[in-house]
Design a protein around this ligand. Structure first.
Ligand code: PEP
Ligand code: MG
Length: 586
């Protein structure tokens, strides 16, 4: 039984499909002079075989994920066709290295060169090189083919892997894979967010599952409890199935609240928005009961791709979400690329990606890229109530520079004679301690605020949100975080701006209760949690939430804050046995 982080809910039973997508160890092997031609021929055969495989994968990715995503694999074919690279490997073989060793050495060097390259787009090529490195070595060493695309349809397999890179994610065949388990990652890492968007149960942060499993074991994956149970007895499987049925019933029961008005028992109206990560989610999110979109993450249009989507493609993606929501507000965030959301893979290309050249920093430094997105947003703005939000803001200057680029983008559209809306409200994510402490200084430059608690917690507590070893230290109820949120609420209130929380915290019943107590009136949650959060709102009084929050603000530790909140939450729920019975509440 492996205990990990519950990342995407649902219980599934199936065989383990072990995916070890890592560069294998290569032993040094010296060859005789007369074996050199045969080794070179072996290298070419392996590279040819890899190419055939890539063409197959490309065709499948196109079918499951779309043409743009499939294009990742073109770049990998180009690596295999690189004459300079091939010449270098051949020359290493001529120095009496076996083909696999020569290939390994040259690829390691190539990857290091690219990882240090001053140009960001070339640094991103590292992930393609790594994929090719793994694929060709797998063939040269005669190891099994671990591609996730190899899983036959209907196998209902649970994919167990170290970490799921975007290039692997786009290959996933939903008719073959029913759940995801990874050694790395946490609830707020982007694999988790993506798994929830795809509706695939997932458990992350299992640490050593890939080393301890052999593959093909029967397993139960419980994405709600964060458990991967291997070789369960029939009785245990039956118990998990019963639990899955109970969850489905609870979900069905909650659906009644989807369209209910989110108003507390003492009459305080809260607004519940949904977070949308992929345009394909738009229609289902629109029927979740959400009153709008509080955060559309646009970087998933980019992650796993080699080239940025052009203006028209972006326009279509934004318009799809806006149209699905009719006249309800839709907040679209500009590219938050970087950190663990990289264009081609999660491969770190900077020593400190979370403190690095990401999000608004990258956009402001690459005005052409940013203005393409702004033009697409301004055009999409004609379809509804659209608002633009900037991520990872630290200073007011960033907002002002973004606004200047927005004006330029509008002028470019005017020059082209294209229809657009130039007066879209511009808001900021408050997700750095800097922005939190100085939120009041942004008041005149922005129209709204949204607190990104995933990053705010990470930066305040200096705890990497994606590091499984630190998961227990990632505590959104730490008094420092609660005090910062309280401070932001004061600034939002004084400015008269809409203030929401769009981090994962808002989707959790207990934390949603705390946030209402701290003064939040707008929560943006995962579509699946809309009905649940509405039910929580309707079951408590704002007054009880305020008392609970005041107490939590004074607690010395996150654990004590949680204890007090839980006690007050359960009391506030009174006789609501449904909510009291939810996992982690009573
Ligand atoms: C956050 O940081 O809380 C947030 C909502 O943005 P993301 O999770 O995409 O970083
Ligand atoms: Mg963030």
């Amino acid at each position: 039984m492996f205990q990990g982080v519950p990342a995407s809910p649902g219980i599934v039973v199936g065989p383990v499909r072990l995916l070890r997508w890592e560069v294998p160890d290569v032993r040094h092997r010296v060859i005789e002079d007369d074996a050199i031609p045969a080794e070179i021929a072996r290298l070419h055969a392996a590279m040819e075989q890899a190419k055939v495989r890539l063409h197959q994968i490309r065709a499948r990715a196109e079918q499951y994920a779309g043409a743009e995503e499939a294009a990742i694999f073109d770049a990998q074919v180009l690596v295999l066709d690189d004459a300079e690279l091939i010449a270098e490997i051949e020359s290493t073989i001529r120095q009496n290295y076996a083909a696999e060793k020569a290939f390994d050495l040259v690829m390691i060097e190539r990857r290091q060169q690219f990882a240090r390259h001053p140009h960001a787009l070339l640094r991103e090529r590292v992930s393609d090189l790594t994929d090719v490195h793994i694929r060709v070595l797998t063939i040269l060493l005669g190891l099994g083919d671990h591609d996730p695309v190899d899983v036959p349809k209907g196998s209902n397999a649970i994919l167990v892997t170290h970490d799921l890179t975007p290039s692997l994610t786009v290959q996933l065949d939903r008719d073959a894979i029913i759940g995801i388990a990874t050694d790395a990652g946490t609830r707020t890492s982007h694999v988790a967010i993506l798994a929830r968007s795809l509706g695939l149960p997932a458990v992350l942060g299992l640490r050593d599952a890939t080393t301890l499993l052999a593959g093909a074991e029967r397993a139960v994956l419980d994405g709600t409890a964060g458990v991967l149970a291997v070789n369960p007895t029939d009785l245990e499987v039956e118990e998990y199935r019963r639990q899955a049925r109970r969850e489905a019933e609870a979900h069905a029961e909650l659906r009644q609240f989807a369209l209910a008005e989110p108003i507390t028992k003492d009459g305080v109206r809260i607004t519940v928005y949904a977070n949308v990560d992929l345009p394909e989610e738009a229609e289902s999110a629109a029927t979740s009961g959400a009153e709008g979109v509080g955060l559309m993450r646009t970087e998933f249009l980019v992650v796993g791709r080699n080239v940025m989507p052009d203006e028209d493609e972006q326009y279509r993606a934004y318009a799809r979400v806006i149209q699905a929501f009719g006249d309800r507000p839709v907040v679209i965030r500009t590219f938050d690329v970087g950190g663990d959301k990289l264009p081609s893979s999660g491969f770190p290309t900077e020593p400190n990606p979370f403190l690095g050249w990401r999000a608004i920093r990258m956009c402001l430094d690459q005005p052409d890229l940013f203005k393409t997105q702004l033009r697409a947003l301004l055009r999409a703005g004609t379809h509804g109530d659209v608002r633009i939000m900037l991520p990872l803001i630290v200073t007011v200057d960033e907002v002002r520079q973004a606004r200047t680029l927005m004006t330029e983008a509008a002028d470019e559209l005017t020059a082209r004679g294209v229809r657009f809306r130039g007066d879209l409200p511009l808001g900021v994510m408050i997700e750095t301690p800097a922005a939190a402490v100085s939120a009041d200084s942004f008041a005149r430059d922005v129209s709204f605020f949204s607190i990104g608690t995933n990053d705010l917690v990470q930066y305040t507590l200096a705890v990497d949100r994606g590091n499984a070893n630190l998961a227990s230290r990632f505590t959104p109820l730490h008094p420092s975080v609660l005090r910062l949120i309280h401070l932001i609420c004061d600034a939002g209130l004084a400015a008269g701006h809409e203030l929401s929380v769009c981090g994962e915290m808002a989707s959790d019943p207990l934390m949603a209760f705390a946030l209402i107590g701290l003064g939040l009136r707008v929560l943006s949650v995962a579509p699946r949690s809309v009905a649940l959060v509405k039910r929580v709102i309707r079951s408590v009084t704002a007054e009880a939430a305020v008392q609970a929050a005041l107490e939590a603000l004074e607690a010395p530790t996150a654990a004590m804050a949680e204890q007090g909140l839980r006690r007050r939450f359960v009391a506030a729920l009174g006789g609501d046995s449904f909510l009291r019975g939810l996992p982690g509440i009573a």
